[in-house]
Write a protein that binds this ligand. Structure first.
Ligand SMILES: [Ca+2]
Ligand SMILES: [Ca+2]
Length: 146
């Protein structure tokens, strides 16, 4: 079993609600939506649970697709633990832990884009005004190097 607690530090949703978590163990992938946790188990924390064969000890890959369009990928995650995963900062488009040239490139690639159905557009639209443009660029530059 792997419990993942997904927390979002910023934007769109709090606590990772709406994120999709994919977990690969022994070459098999399963997916879970992060939801509010209300209902039968009545937990206030957004936690996703995965069950695996008893022999499994490690997840080759855990991938979190945040509602913001960003994606966090972890490899070699031990099972039978609880991992807390924090969403990347909004301007860290490629979720590599810092805001820099690669994020700028991703934003510029979406310049003028307006289709929020596309993940690449959503993550570049930092101010959520429905278009990728100068205000998003200025937000990214303000966060540069963080
Ligand atoms: Ca980055
Ligand atoms: Ca925008």
């Amino acid at each position: 079993m792997l419990d993942l607690k997904a927390t979002a530090s910023s934007r769109v949703v709090t606590h990772g609600i709406g994120a999709v978590v994919s977990c690969t163990v022994g070459g098999e992938s399963s997916r879970r939506f992060v939801h509010s946790g209300s209902g039968f188990h009545s937990s206030s924390e957004p936690v996703v649970h995965f069950g695996f064969p008893a022999s499994a000890t490690i997840a080759e890959e855990v991938r979190i697709d945040w509602p913001s369009g960003q994606t966090t990928v972890l490899t070699g995650v031990p099972l039978r633990t609880r991992a807390t995963i924090t969403a990347p900062a909004a301007a860290d488009l490629d979720a590599d832990g810092q805001v820099g040239a690669s994020d700028l490139g991703l934003l510029l690639a979406e310049w003028g884009a307006t289709d929020r159905a596309l993940r690449a557009m959503r993550r570049a639209d930092l101010d959520h005004d429905g278009v990728v443009g100068a205000s998003d660029l200025s937000r990214l530059l303000l966060a540069w190097g963080t």
